[in-house]
Design a protein around this ligand. Structure first.
Ligand SMILES: [Zn+2]
Length: 252
């Protein structure tokens, strides 16, 4: 059986109406249908994972277009619609979607040749844009939460908080801390402490009411399961002040 050409599959994944011939083939060909849906997932992932308002600007597409040496007929940013809708004051689209334009046969052939690139590049555009934006989080594989606990205030404090251990896709661990206030006489410092309180590791200062701190590689969390936020005076002494504000024990 003669399968549909890759370019045709990519165009169909991008939403093009199948011809009568293509429809007839697709009806009987599981393989081509699944290839279209695979392309579709790439395109959809590329289009949908950027948070609204963070759509890469046209310059990103222009760069990709140039780097891949794509045909001039593909110069229109595939994310243009999202950019337009992301901008509150959307300008009128000079080429409203759905309005047919006369297309020469040569144009059409060039367009089809570029279609496979378009599917891949649409995804690449978002990745490049997201990296530029620093919004990689939504696109990257998800981090995994391995522990999450409430932090309880020590006597004479009334803060509430949480501590969560995130394992990032690259294996790095982070302690995510929240607290209901950031008050301190000096500054706040986050610690991991052994169950018998004889040894401890400082993860760093905590500004504001949320902090994301790297857990040192190789640190055995089960040996340092107590999360502690202390009030540290500005006295140059790196040791724990003994004044803890919030504390909790990770269950690992
Ligand atoms: Zn087929």
């Amino acid at each position: 059986m003669q399968h549909l050409h890759d370019d045709a599959l990519a165009l169909l994944a991008l939403g093009e109406e199948p011809s009568a011939e293509e429809s007839a083939h697709l009806e009987n060909c599981e393989q081509c249908r699944s290839e279209i849906s695979a392309y579709g997932r790439v395109v959809k992932a590329g289009r949908s994972t950027a948070p609204s308002g963070s759509v890469p600007p046209p310059a990103v597409w222009a760069g990709i277009h140039e780097a891949l040496g794509l045909d001039p007929s593909l110069s229109r940013d595939p994310l243009e619609d999202q950019q337009t809708s992301a901008a509150e004051e959307a300008k009128a689209d000079p080429e409203p979607a759905g309005v047919a334009r006369p297309v020469s046969l040569a144009d059409e052939r060039r367009r089809r040749r570029g279609a496979k690139w378009l599917a891949a590049a649409a995804a690449a555009a978002v990745v490049a844009g997201a990296a530029t934006w620093g919004v990689v989080q939504g696109l990257a594989p998800k981090s995994e939460v391995i522990a999450s606990i409430p932090l309880e205030p020590l006597p004479s404090y009334s803060d509430e908080g949480t501590a969560t251990v995130d394992v990032l896709p690259d294996g790095e661990r982070e302690l995510v801390i929240t607290s209901s206030s950031s008050d301190a006489e000096g500054y706040r410092e986050v610690w991991l402490i052994s169950p018998d309180i004889t040894s401890m590791v400082s993860l760093g200062e905590m500004d504001g009411t949320e902090a994301r701190l790297k857990i040192p590689d190789g640190l055995d969390l089960s040996a340092y399961p107590i999360v502690d936020i202390s009030d540290e005076p500005l006295d140059g002494n790196p040791e724990h002040s003994g004044k803890s504000i919030l504390r909790g024990q990770l269950e690992l």
